[in-house]
Design a protein around this ligand. Structure first.
Ligand SMILES: *Cc1c(COP(=O)(O)O)cnc(C)c1O
Length: 371
């Protein structure tokens, strides 16, 4: 098996009649049939499949060590396809700090359709007591947003297998370079490719990768093709281009994330730092076991109130005060005010996405903003 850097560069290049070294953008929505009624080019209509999406799905499948992938127009529609594939009346177990967009989706769009228990999935010993006769899936998110909690994927996989449940993992914060949930025992991996996979804050996308091409996966493929929440060829092209440098970007993000975490941990105005690479992190040992590095996401609690935190994010010059994550530019945000009035995120929490600028410039900016 080639290593990840090699797969990222080569797995998405599908041979073309014109001999392109790089996958060209195929804008055609429809494809020629032959006299037998078949589709000699392998594609019929671009909602169903097209060359750029096929290339993207191929490279993501290989990067995650899966059997197949479905690309969607956003991370949210990727997750939604999975929730839609479950039978109405199903019960799922999800983390209490699940990505707030999914929590909102489950509570509004799936109200009366799916039953959900939001629990602390870092407490492995307590999961089994929430499994009911209609439980079909455990959804984990690791590292989690915004507290960077780490869930032991292999441990949850053994619980899921024992009870014949699906295990899905939102692996967005890790990217396919830092952890591979399928290899750890998950059945389906989800990414918002808007984040590290895209990596340049200029394309929205999502993906599901499966460990097995089974009947449940066919339901998801059907939702993708018939529902039609698919990425445009140009978006697929951008993602394919981004993936080629993913492994190198993740090294830079992880190095900057670690350096910022260490700097902030000893800063007198900082009360706590949440970063899985720090030995002070409560699940640091699990992170070391299932991740190859710790990524560029960290959160801090500043000493003081929500107002103190807002003052810090309003004082940066180099960091962009904006939501989202995983781009080359560093971002900073006051998370509670992004999530709205019913958030459980502490008011003095600041979330940071470490970009790829020089670490000295990032530290200087935070140093002057913290005062
Ligand atoms: C951003 C994000 C999503 C949603 O993805 P979109 O591309 O914004 O729809 C899901 N999970 C996590 C962890 C995210 O950060």
């Amino acid at each position: 098996m080639p290593k990840i850097e090699t797969t990222a560069i080569h797995a998405g290049n599908i041979k073309t009649a014109t001999g392109d070294v790089t996958q060209p953008i195929s804008l055609s929505t429809t494809f020629f049939r032959d006299e037998t009624g078949g589709y000699p080019g392998g594609h019929m209509y671009s909602r169903v499949s097209n060359p750029n999406r096929a290339a993207l799905e191929q490279v993501l499948t290989q990067l995650e060590g899966g059997a197949d992938a479905c690309a969607f127009s956003s991370g949210n529609t990727a997750g939604m396809a999975l929730f839609q594939a479950l039978k109405p009346g199903s019960h799922i177990i999800a983390p209490d700090d699940m990505y707030w967009g999914f929590k909102k989706q489950l509570q509004s769009l799936f109200e009366g359709i799916l039953e959900i228990d939001f629990i602390d999935l870092t407490q492995i010993g307590e999961i089994a007591q929430y499994i009911k006769h209609n439980t079909v899936m455990i959804w984990v998110e690791t590292p989690s947003n915004p507290l960077l909690k780490i869930t032991d994927v292999a441990a949850v996989a053994s619980i899921a297998n024992e009870h014949q449940l699906l295990l899905a993992c939102d692996s967005t914060f890790a990217s396919p370079c830092l952890q591979n949930p399928i290899v750890l025992g998950a059945h389906i991996v989800m990414h918002s490719s808007t984040k590290y996979i895209g990596g340049h804050s200029d394309v929205l996308g999502g993906v599901l990768v499966t460990a097995k091409k089974d009947e449940f996966w066919e339901r998801i493929r059907n939702i993708q093709q018939v529902g039609g929440a698919v990425p445009a060829p140009f978006d697929c092209y951008l993602l394919l281009r981004s993936i080629k440098t993913l492994a190198y970007r993740m090294r830079g993000h992880s190095a900057n994330g670690m350096a910022l975490a260490r700097y902030l941990e000893q800063h007198p105005k900082v009360e706590a730092v949440y970063y899985p690479g720090l030995s002070s992190h409560p699940q640091h040992e699990i992170a070391k076991k299932q991740m190859s590095d710790f990524g560029g996401m960290l959160s801090i609690l500043v000493k003081g109130t929500g107002e103190t935190a807002k003052k810090v994010v309003n004082s940066v010059h180099l960091f962009a005060q904006a939501t989202s994550l995983g781009g080359v530019e560093s971002l900073i945000e006051h998370r509670a005010s992004v999530e709205g009035p019913d958030t459980k995120t502490p008011q003095n929490l600041i979330r940071i996405s470490a970009g790829l600028e020089h670490i000295d410039d990032l530290i200087n900016d935070l140093s002057q903003a913290l005062g």
